[in-house]
Design a protein around this ligand. Structure first.
Ligand code: GLU
Length: 616
């Protein structure tokens, strides 16, 4: 099985351990067969809408679904009869009453909602099928789609409930009396009792919850269980009435549409994100799993899952783009030998650019991606320039990821966090100021890329620095020139030196000279709005710049700054062009222009590749 974010299994294990000691509550005994369950059984499972499964404890132990069947059958009834028909027979008002209360609305005789027994019995009677057998088969088929495999009925539990379910029989007769149902009540209850006796595991329930989170499509199998138009109807009934007479408090504290069953299961749904299931048979006074409630409360708080939390939905994809150093590298000029090493070893550095709101759900996607897609990498850079916010749960996941990567002798750094006070604050709060140094060691993505390229080059035994001066005759643009032509070119060149930090030229300058960099290193920066700059290239000795302004005879488009003490030879192109009628100057010009064209073509190819990754 693919390990998505393995530290989440650890988190669930810890949660399991914490709540295993909670012994509150009693196993349901009004259906005698239910008492045979192992009261200590305890499982927790989460399935995300991407199909990632996280589970711990007794997640494969079968037990009966009981009332968690209610929202599922309500969905089938909506599909089989249409919204209006169902609404005329089953209302959607929270009753605040116990699940088995014998009460119908005074004026209409309708059950108050589909999550209490009266509404649920009516809903199962309204499932398509000419016979009870056909109805229960339809129910089994649909539930199996939710679970992702064929489910079966526990006939011992069914018989046990059938022989003791007089209260439900009374509810059935009341429904018949109110003209909500016209079928034989024993047959109706046979379907309802069988539906409640379908065996599921905690893992199955998490799939079911995730199917509801995923607009009705099981995210693991891709099979649709409920048409998407009915999903919001089912979820709103769960949100307002799913936890019996504890529904209000549940929504207030935990904030997720949910449904519990007296078999000990609870499902909770965070729409568009994930489904949760907990199985623990000891029930509180309201008939909800006591541990189940405690675990869901902890999950909702720890992972910030409350559906009405301020930072809820983010529609932006969290992974904006991902690449390694063979696919896109820094803007720093490198010689051929260096480029060979980087294209051979560049897979050891993975870069993931994240965007949008970082919360548990989006960070789970991000960290799972790192765990599953960067297995070849030794260094991982997560760039957060475009992350708009970060909550505590996201910070926790990033820390767990860091710990995991460290245990694998890998490094993680976060770039683009300088103005993300939320993220840095939470991370520092969780692991302490001292420990975060490595994570925030380099903030600028370009600098991080250069740093890791340098490491790869050093590992390959090559100095990453081009410190040797490159005289004119060795300049790539001059490779095809004869000594005479070089001599001629020299007559048009002016030598200029720039101490580190000095501007060679500014964006907007009326300067169309071409520069050959003989020694040093210069940076090219594109001015953006609000005083920000985009570092577009670092040129080392042997490189040239200024060709665009020269060719187009336009103003400079970027700032050029000496990074180290630098020496340039500047070609005054206007002066050069004044001699354009001289034959040998024409040859020189042609050779120079072809070399520039070749260089531009290479740059364009790289830019195309970069655009490809940025629009990934
Ligand atoms: N079969 C059970 C009943 O109707 C389901 C109750 C429940 O899970 O809440 O009594």
């Amino acid at each position: 099985m693919v390990e998505y974010a393995p530290f989440l299994h650890k988190y669930l294990d810890d949660l399991h351990q914490t709540y295993a000691s909670l012994q509150e509550g009693e196993v349901a005994d009004y259906i005698p067969e239910l008492t045979k369950v192992d009261a200590d059984a305890f499982g927790i499972a989460i399935v995300t809408v991407d199909g990632h499964v996280y589970q711990t404890g007794d997640t494969r132990l079968p037990f009966t679904i009981q009332s968690i069947s209610k929202p599922l059958t309500y969905g089938i009834a909506l599909e089989d009869n249409g919204v209006e028909d169902i609404f005329s027979k089953i209302n959607v008002e929270p009753s605040g009453e116990a699940f088995n209360r014998i009460s119908l609305e005074h004026a209409t005789g309708r059950p108050r909602n589909p999550m209490i027994n009266a509404g649920a019995i009516a809903a199962s009677a309204l499932v398509s099928g000419d016979t009870p057998a056909e109805k229960i088969q339809r129910i089994l088929d649909v539930y199996s789609k939710y679970a992702g495999h064929g489910l079966i009925i526990d006939y011992d539990v069914f018989r046990s409930e059938k022989s003791t379910g007089h209260r439900n029989r009374a509810i059935g007769h009341m429904l018949r009396n109110a003209n909500i149902l016209d079928q034989d009540i024993d047959e109706v209850l046979d379907v309802y009792f069988q539906q409640c006796s379908i065996n599921v595991t905690c893992r199955d329930l998490a799939n079911m919850a995730a199917t509801l989170a995923n607009e009705g499509v099981n995210p693991v199998t891709g099979v649709r269980a409920l048409s998407s138009e009915h999903v919001p109807r089912v979820l709103s009934a769960m949100a307002t009435c799913g936890m019996y007479d504890g529904s209000g408090e549940w929504l207030y504290q935990i904030g997720l549409p949910a449904k519990s069953g007296v078999g000990g299961g609870i499902i909770a749904v965070l729409p568009d994100r994930l489904g949760i299931a907990v199985f623990s048979p000891r029930l509180d006074a309201k008939g909800n799993s006591a541990r189940g409630i405690a675990v869901c409360r902890a999950l909702s708080q720890d992972l910030n899952l409350h559906a009405f939390s301020n930072e809820r939905y983010s529609s932006v994809d969290v992974i904006r783009t991902a690449y390694n150093l063979t696919q896109m590298r820094s803007k720093k000029a490198r010689n051929t030998e260096m480029l060979e090493v980087l294209s051979r070893d560049g897979h050891k550095v993975a870069i993931i650019e994240a965007s949008g709101e970082l919360m548990f759900t989006t960070s789970e996607i991000l960290t799972s991606y790192v765990c599953t897609h960067t297995t070849d990498a030794r260094h991982i850079v997560i760039d957060l320039r475009r992350a708009s916010s970060c909550d505590k749960a996201a910070a926790q996941l990033i820390i767990w990821l860091d710990e995991l990567l460290q245990s694998q002798n890998k490094t993680l750094i976060l770039t683009g966090t300088a103005d993300k006070s939320g993220l840095t604050k939470y991370i520092k709060q969780i692991i302490g100021k001292e420990k975060v140094k490595q994570l925030f060691a380099i903030d600028d993505l370009e600098q991080a890329l250069v740093h890791y390229e340098n490491i790869l080059l050093e590992d390959a035994g090559i100095s990453p620095f081009l410190t040797e001066p490159v005289p004119l005759e060795k300049q790539p643009l001059c490779e095809s020139l004869t000594p005479d032509e070089l001599g001629q070119l020299t007559t048009f060149l002016v030598e200029r030196s720039f101490p580190a930090g000095e501007y060679v030229c500014h964006a907007g300058d009326q300067d169309s000279s071409l520069y050959f960099l003989i020694a040093g290193e210069i940076g090219i920066y594109l001015p953006l709005n609000h005083d920000r700059h985009q570092h577009i290239a670092t040129i080392c000795a042997g490189g040239s710049f200024g060709e665009q302004a020269m060719l187009e005879q336009r103003k400079r488009s970027a700032d050029v700054v000496a990074i180290t003490d630098s020496k340039c030879l500047m070609l005054d192109y206007e002066k050069f062009a004044e001699h354009k009628d001289e034959r040998d100057i024409q040859v020189l010009q042609l050779k120079l222009l072809s070399a520039i064209a070749l260089d531009l073509s290479k740059k364009l190819r790289m830019a195309d590749q970069e655009i490809g990754f940025l629009t990934f």
